[in-house]
Design a protein around this ligand. Structure first.
Ligand code: SF4
Length: 338
């Protein structure tokens, strides 16, 4: 596989995080890594003078204990779940992959990965929040893979499966695990649970090769998503971000045809659609570093702190895609960031 497999030559561990089961799993997995004990993860992660892209080429792993807050209200850039009770958490900071359009490169100065090993504190915070919400009609929704791709780490630190086990004990909780990984096989033996939403981001091969080159290719992701659907998991397909270029509509038409030739659309919970968008401060920070990706040299509009394609072009493009998608799914199952 051409996509990134880390070796983590160095692992930094907070002294207070050393004895946690997840730390022990990681240290065992990378037994040849140089282990360096530190007082606080920010001493490494927040150092000045770091270069995100240089560090991504040789990522280091940092094992740490998170302190509050353990939950954040969901960003408006995320599609709705039809409930006000939508949150995200950050069990991992940064991602194994390095998509050109990823906001993480503008959010963090470090390209290294932080894994917070005190998972029970994250879970307890959810239980406390649930007790304070009115969940009579809707569940609480938590995206656990927001600042990372948690499933991509499953063969290194099996956090996704541990979260699925937790959800099974909480009737009014739905978790979304968004991924580009091809590692469904690692949770295949688990019994699907209706309160776990597995969301695969899929892009046409041309887009995946150009802008998502460190993630598994389109076919591998499609295969994983298909297996999950067929095994009975609730699966969301994320066509997001849609990248607009000359001839984009033909490429996306062909792509959607390929996706739904493999995956029965009636078995998909829903799909999301959205174009490239990013918080303006993150965008500016990335742009300052003169990125090589063509994505950062388009004419964008800035509105309400978000950089994106101009409203007219964006709406027209998304409506065309919505029409196309409605040949496969009812419009009620197509969630759009407009
Ligand atoms: S998979 Fe998601 S989180 Fe990871 S680099 Fe790509 S866009 Fe960012």
């Amino acid at each position: 596989m051409k996509y990134f497999q880390p070796n983590f030559s160095h692992i930094y561990v907070e002294r207070g995080a050393l004895d946690y089961p997840l730390s022990q799993i990681a240290l065992k997995k990378f037994s040849k890594s140089k282990v360096i004990e530190v007082d606080h993860y920010k001493d490494i992660f927040n150092r000045t003078g770091q270069d995100f892209q240089v560090q991504k080429k040789s990522m280091k792993l940092i094992l740490a204990k998170k302190t509050e807050p353990f939950l954040y209200p969901a960003s408006e850039m995320v599609q709705e779940f039809g409930t006000p009770n939508v949150y995200y958490n950050t069990p991992i900071l940064n991602c194994l992959y390095n998509c050109d359009y990823c906001f993480l490169q503008g959010m963090y100065s470090s390209g290294n990965m932080v894994v917070f090993v005190n998972e029970s504190d994250f879970m307890d915070a959810i239980k406390i929040k649930m007790a304070s919400l009115n969940l009579t009609l809707d569940p609480m929704v938590v995206s656990i893979s927001y600042n990372t791709d948690i499933m991509a780490m499953e063969n290194i630190i099996p956090m996704a499966s541990r979260w699925i086990d937790f959800v099974k004990t909480q009737k009014k909780l739905l978790i979304e695990i968004r991924t580009k990984s091809a590692l469904f096989s690692l949770i295949k033996k688990m019994i699907p649970h209706e309160n776990v939403l597995l969301s695969w981001t899929l892009s046409p091969e041309k887009i995946a090769e150009e802008f998502e080159s460190t993630a598994p290719p389109f076919n591998s992701r499609l295969k994983s998503a298909k297996e999950a659907v067929e095994a009975g998991w609730a699966v969301r397909l994320c066509f997001d971000p849609i990248i607009l270029f000359d001839g984009w509509f033909e490429i996306y038409s062909q792509f959607l045809h390929e996706v739904f030739r493999e995956i029965n659309p009636s078995k998909v919970r829903d799909v999301t659609l959205g174009v490239f968008r990013m918080n303006k401060d993150f965008y500016k920070r990335i742009k300052k570093r003169e990125p090589t990706s063509t994505l950062f040299y388009d004419n964008y509009e800035i509105k309400d702190g978000v950089v994106s394609i101009g409203k007219k072009e964006r709406t027209e493009s998304l409506e065309k895609l919505e029409e196309l998608l409605s040949e496969y799914l009812p419009k009620s199952k197509i969630l759009i960031w407009k």
